[in-house]
Design a protein. Structure first.
Length: 416
C-alpha cells in the first residue's frame, strides 16, 4: 500500500525536508534509547520521456509503495509502440499537455482492482492540464479498468489527430473501458469520435464527474455505450452524439441517466442506413437545430416506450421548430414504429416549399411503413404528420395521438 494516496509532483522538492523532519522527531524523543521510529523513505517518480517505451520494450509499469507518484510523463504524444501493462495501484502523473499515444502496433492494458485502482492524473490539478490517452490501436489487449482518469483533455493527445479528451478512441481502434471514474476533464471525458471495432469496444459501468462533457460518441457505434454508466455534475451533463455517418447493422440507443444530445455536425442527420436503430424505453433525446432522424430504404427505426417509461425527443431550443423531424423515405420495414413517445419542438424549415420532406414532425415518403400510437406532439412548427405525393397507405395510425400547439405557421396541407 502506498504511503499516501497521491502527491503532487511539485511537492517532490520537499522530500529532503520531510526526511530531516522525521530525523529531528526521532532525536528529540523522551526516550533516548528505545522506541525510535525508522525514517520513512519517499522515492521520486520514474520519468517517462519521449523515448521511454522505445527503450523499454513491452514495459510493465509497477507500483512502488514508497513512491506517491510512480511515473512522471513529460512528453506530448509519448509513443507506445508495443504491449504496455500497468499494474494495480500505479499512479502516473502527466506534465502540461503530456499524453500517451497507443500506436497502431501497440496496446495498453491498465487493469486495477477495486481496492488498488490505477491513477492517471495531472501534475497540475486543473481541468485540461494534460492531454489524455489516445488509442490508435485495434488490439484485444486494450483495456482500462478500475482506474481514475482526471484533469485530461487539454490538448490533442496524438500527433496524428486533433481530437481531445481524457480518453480518445481513434478511428478503427478498440478499447474495453469499465469500472472507471473520469473527472475534471476538458472537452470530453471519453471521446469516440469516428468508429471502432465494436466487438472489442465497450464503455461500461463508469462514473463521469465534473467534466466539460462526459462522453462523445459517433452515431454508428452508439451500441458500445452501455446504460449503466453514471453522469454527475458535468458542465454539459448530456451524452453528445456525433452524426457524421449513418448507422449500419442493428444498434440500440440505451436508456441513460442523462439525455442524449444529437449535435449538428456538417448539417448531417441522425441517419439509419442498412440496419435498425432501437431506442429503449425511458430514453431522453435532445435535438440541435438543423438535426433530424432519417431512415433510408434499407433502414428501420423503432421508437417504442411504455406507458410508464415514454421516450422523449425534444429540441435543445425549446420552441416550435427547434429541430427538424423524423423522416421515413422508402423504408417498408415492419419495424418502423413510434409508440409511447413525446415529440416536441419539431418541424423546422416547414415554410420552405422547395424541401417538401422538411414538413411534419413525422414525414412519410415513397409509401414508407410506420405504426403510430400513444404519442404526444407539442410545440410543432408544422404538421404532426406529412406525406408527399406517394401517400400514406402503409401508415397505421392507432389510438392515443394527441397534440398541443402544432402547425404554428398554418400549413393547409397537413394530414394530422
Amino acid at each position: 500500500m502506498k504511503i499516501t494516496q497521491l502527491l503532487n509532483s511539485k511537492l517532490l522538492k520537499t522530500f529532503a525536508f520531510v526526511a530531516i523532519l522525521f530525523s529531528y522527531s526521532a532525536c528529540t524523543s523522551d526516550d533516548d534509547t528505545a522506541h525510535e521510529e525508522p525514517i520513512t523513505e519517499i522515492d521520486p517518480p520514474i520519468v517517462i520521456d519521449c523515448q521511454y517505451f522505445n527503450n523499454h520494450p513491452n514495459a510493465i509499469l509497477e507500483d512502488n509503495p514508497y513512491a506517491p507518484v510512480d511515473y512522471l510523463v513529460i512528453c506530448n504524444g509519448t509513443s507506445i509502440p508495443d504491449d504496455v501493462t500497468i499494474e494495480p495501484g500505479v499512479t502516473i502523473a502527466f506534465e502540461t499537455d503530456a499524453s500517451f499515444w497507443v500506436r497502431e502496433e501497440g496496446s495498453l492494458k491498465a487493469v486495477g482492482t477495486a481496492s488498488k485502482p490505477i491513477t492517471f492524473t495531472g501534475v497540475d490539478k486543473v481541468m485540461g492540464s494534460w492531454a489524455g490517452i489516445y488509442f490508435g490501436s485495434n488490439d484485444s489487449k486494450n483495456e482500462i479498468k478500475y482506474a481514475l482518469i482526471e484533469y485530461g483533455g487539454g490538448a490533442a493527445s496524438a500527433w496524428s489527430s486533433s481530437e481531445k479528451g481524457g480518453v480518445v478512441i481513434g478511428a478503427n481502434s478498440s478499447l474495453k473501458f469499465s469500472n472507471n471514474t473520469v473527472q475534471h476533464c476538458k472537452a470530453w471525458g471519453v471521446n469516440l469520435y469516428y468508429n471502432a471495432n465494436e466487438t472489442l469496444t465497450s464503455i461500461d459501468n463508469n462514473t463521469f464527474i465534473k467534466n466539460e462533457i462526459p462522453v462523445r460518441i459517433s452515431s454508428p457505434v452508439v451500441d458500445v455505450l452501455k446504460g449503466n454508466n453514471d453522469y454527475m455534475e458535468n458542465q454539459v451533463n448530456k451524452i453528445e452524439i456525433k452524426t457524421d455517418y449513418p448507422i449500419e447493422g442493428n444498434k440500440t440507443l440505451r436508456k441513460a441517466t442523462v439525455p442524449y444530445w444529437v449535435k449538428d455536425y456538417n448539417n448531417a442527420g441522425f441517419r439509419v442506413g442498412n440496419g435498425k436503430l432501437t431506442i429503449e424505453p425511458g430514453t431522453k433525446i435532445e435535438m440541435d437545430n438543423n438535426t433530424w432522424f432519417s431512415v433510408g430504404a434499407n433502414g428501420a427505426l423503432k421508437i417504442v416506450g411504455t406507458s410508464a417509461e415514454k421516450i422523449s425527443i425534444t429540441g435543445v431550443a425549446q420552441v416550435p421548430g427547434g429541430w427538424g423531424n423524423i423522416r421515413f423515405s422508402e423504408s417498408t420495414s415492419s419495424e418502423n414504429q413510434i409508440q409511447h413517445a413525446i415529440i416536441k419542438h419539431a418541424g423546422a424549415g416547414a415554410h420552405s416549399s422547395s424541401n417538401i420532406h422538411v414538413r411534419g414532425a413525422v414525414y412519410i415518403g415513397y409509401d414508407s411503413t410506420l405504426a403510430m400510437s400513444d404519442i404526444l406532439f407539442e410545440d410543432i412548427q408544422s404538421c404532426v404528420l406529412f406525406s408527399d405525393q406517394f401517400g400514406i397507405d402503409n401508415v397505421n395510425i392507432g389510438s392515443g395521438i394527441t397534440s398541443n400547439n402544432t402547425n404554428t405557421i398554418g400549413l393547409d396541407d397537413c394530414l394530422l
